[in-house]
Ligand binder design. Sequence first.
Ligand SMILES: Nc1ncnc2c1ncn2[C@@H]1O[C@H](COP(=O)(O)OP(=O)(O)OP(=O)(O)O)[C@@H](O)[C@H]1O
Length: 340
Amino acid sequence: MIDVSGLRKVYRDRGREVVAIDGVDLHVREGEIFGVLGQSGAGKSTLLRCVNLLERPTAGTVSVAGQELTRLGESDLRRARQRIGMIHQHFALLSSRTVAGNVAFPLEVMGVEKAERARRVAELLELVGLADKAGTHPAQLSGGQKQRVGIARALAGNPSVLLSDEATSALDPGTTQSILALLKRLNRELGLTILLITHEMNVIKSICDSAAIMRDGLIEESGAIPELIAKPGSRLTAELFPLPAPEPGTVTITFTGQADEPVVSQMVRKFDVDVNILGGVLEEVAGVSAGRLRLRLTGAERAAALTYLSERGLLVEEAPAAERAGASGISVTSQVEEIA
Ligand SMILES: Nc1ncnc2c1ncn2[C@@H]1O[C@H](COP(=O)(O)OP(=O)(O)OP(=O)(O)O)[C@@H](O)[C@H]1O
């Protein structure tokens, strides 16, 4: 649905080049919610603005719904943008217009005639739960209500794609969850593809099907969330399920979807091993239960038991035993001796 290939964006700032996007490929499938997670300055906003070409990329191509936007001239691009809605962190509403007037605005620009406009505005306000606020001005609304207006306005042109620029960052946690639930409902009911950028893991965890982690203008990892969780060394997994650094000889198992199966107790019954659970985190992610457990596993059949866990689809990662930890162990000892 959205295909970004070899995207680069270089800004000139007081004679200096700032590389905001340094060669990014992104594939967002039709009907999914795709979240790009990253710290401030990672390049997320630039990436989003390049997707609807509010920013012209320095290099690379952007296609949305089969149309290569980077090839279009300004007037074709304006038409194509009507099929791409956008919502903003600070809502970007017109304070002089009522709620209905804000939602009607893009329809006026599109030349939709008055009666049809009124019908469509009423339908959109109903959709976002603001039918009773049509005559209210933005200043009289809460942050969550303002974002609902922003969403209704973004949907006016019946877009197939919605871009969300930190849409919940200015909202309190309860309101954030209600806006995320609305986005999920619109995604399901309208088949809307959503590309969102955020610095909040909670947003990724709550509604995204796929995610990318962005840092310094690059995508570090990207894909369907269950696949990312199952990938050894995934940064997304480490941030979703934070556990302390593993002690030597411990085992970390990561699971997605197998949370209902008594895999660990079956392993203990099948093999001559003892299990000590040192820590764990369990979360509902992308609609499935997923998590990580830190175990100390001892006994004659330890290796076979770990193979059994891998065969059951769990990701098994072993921290090296103390005697195999090598140079770091030795240097710690010598430091201690030196201090003594
Ligand atoms: N118009 C501009 N001119 C010069 N540099 C820019 C411009 N816009 C962004 N940048 C720079 O590009 C880099 C990426 O910025 P961008 O706003 O895309 O990051 P971000 O991940 O969205 O961060 P934030 O969440 O703080 O907005 C930063 O170093 C930023 O200073």
